[in-house]
Design a protein around this ligand. Structure first.
Ligand code: 8YV
Length: 322
C-alpha cells in the first residue's frame, strides 16, 4: 500500500500586495508564503508555475483578490483580508465557488470614527486651512482668518449605520448633533431618525457622513442629485470608499460652489487625488489614514494572522465576512 506524500507546506499561502510588517514577517517565517509579483507580466509567469498550490490568499482590503486572479487560483479556499473593507476581492465569485472570506472588523472602528470626527470638525471649522494661513504668514500680513460655520448641534446624516457609522454617531452626539441615517433597513434599537433613501437623508441634513462598505452595491450612491440635496451650505465627509461617491460630480459641485465643502479620506483612484480639489480650502484631503495608528494596525495584523492560522489548522475563520 502506498502512503500519499504529504502535501508540500510551502506555497499554500499567497501574499497579494504589501502588508503590515508583522503580517509579512509571519507569512515569510511561519508559512513560507509565496508573494505575487507586482509587475503584471512577472505575475503571469509566477502564476503559471505556482497557482495550483495556493489554498489561501492574504491581501489588504483594497488590493484583495480580484476576478482575474481568483480565476487563476483553482484550489483557493479562503481570502484573508487585512482591513474591514474587502471590495478589492470579487465577493460574488468567491461565494459562487464557496471560497471563505475574512476581514478585520471592530479593531479599527474607533480609529476610523475618530478620523470621521476630525474631518467633520476640520471641514466645517476649516482648521487645516487656518493652519496654512498661519504657516504662510497671512495672520501677520492679512489679519484674522475669516469666520467659519459652527460645528456643534448640527443635523448630521450617516450613510451606513454599521459598526463605524454608530461610532461616528456616538461621537457626534457628544457635540449635540441630531443624527439621521440611511441603511437598507431601519436598525433596531436606535433612536436616530431613519430615512428610506440616500436622497431623502441628504435633503434632511446639513452634513452627510459616508460609512457604508464599498463594492458594487454602493458604487456611485452619492451622486449629483444627492450632492444637490446637500446644497451650497452642506458638507460631505467620506471615510468609506471613494467608489461610493461620484467623484466627477463631487469635483464639479465643489468647484462651482454648489456644495459647501468635503472632508475626504478616500478617493476613486488612490493615490490619485483630483488636481482641482487640492486648490480648494473648502476641502480637507487625507491620504486614506482612517485606521492608520500604530495600535490599530497592530491589532489588525494580529487578527489577520489569527484568521490565517485558524483556517489552516481548523478550516474556520475567526472573523468571517457576512
Ligand atoms: C486600510 C481600510 O487602509 O480597513 C479598511 O477597509 O480601508 C483601511 O483600514 C486598508 O485596508 C489596508 O491598508
Amino acid at each position: 500500500m502506498t502512503v500519499p506524500a504529504p502535501a508540500p507546506r510551502t506555497g499554500h499561502v499567497l501574499q497579494v500586495g504589501p502588508l503590515h510588517p508583522l503580517v509579512e514577517e509571519a507569512l515569510d517565517t511561519e508559512f513560507s508564503a509565496l508573494r505575487l509579483p507586482d509587475d503584471d507580466a512577472a505575475a503571469g509567469q509566477f502564476l503559471d508555475r505556482h497557482a495550483d498550490r495556493v489554498r489561501v490568499a492574504v491581501g489588504s482590503g483594497r488590493t484583495g483578490v480580484g476576478t482575474e486572479l481568483m480565476r487563476r487560483l483553482p484550489r483557493l479556499e479562503a481570502v484573508v483580508h487585512f482591513g474591514v473593507g474587502y471590495d478589492g476581492t470579487d465577493a460574488a465569485e468567491a461565494a459562487a465557488r464557496g471560497i471563505a472570506l475574512s476581514n478585520t472588523p471592530d479593531v479599527l472602528t474607533d480609529a476610523v470614527a475618530d478620523t470621521a470626527l476630525a474631518l467633520y470638525l476640520d471641514v466645517l471649522r476649516r482648521f487645516s486651512a487656518a493652519d496654512r494661513w498661519v504657516r504662510r504668514g497671512d495672520w501677520e500680513a492679512r489679519g484674522n482668518y475669516p469666520l467659519t460655520v459652527h460645528a456643534s448641534g448640527r443635523r448630521v446624516g450617516i450613510l451606513g449605520l454599521g459598526r463605524i457609522g454608530r461610532a461616528v454617531a456616538h461621537r457626534l452626539e457628544a457635540l449635540g448633533c441630531e443624527i439621521h441615517y440611511h441603511n437598507r433597513r431601519p436598525v433596531p434599537g436606535t433612536e436616530h431618525t431613519y430615512h428610506g433613501s440616500v436622497l431623502e437623508l441628504a435633503a434632511a441634513v446639513e452634513v452627510l457622513v459616508v460609512a457604508v462598505p464599498g463594492g458594487p452595491d454602493s458604487a456611485g450612491t452619492v451622486d449629483a442629485a444627492v450632492l444637490a440635496a446637500l446644497g451650497p451650505e452642506g458638507f460631505l465627509v467620506n471615510v468609506a470608499r471613494g467608489s461610493v461617491v461620484d467623484e466627477t460630480a463631487l469635483v464639479e459641485a465643489l468647484t462651482q460652489g454648489r456644495l459647501g465643502g468635503a472632508g475626504l479620506d478616500v478617493f476613486a483612484a488612490e493615490p490619485h487625488v483630483p488636481e482641482a480639489l487640492r486648490e480648494l480650502d473648502s476641502v480637507v484631503l487625507l491620504p486614506h489614514v482612517g485606521s492608520a495608528t500604530v495600535q490599530t494596525r497592530r491589532e489588525m495584523a494580529e487578527l489577520t494572522l489569527r484568521n490565517l492560522r485558524s483556517w489552516l489548522t481548523s478550516g474556520t475563520l475567526v472573523t468571517p465576512v457576512g
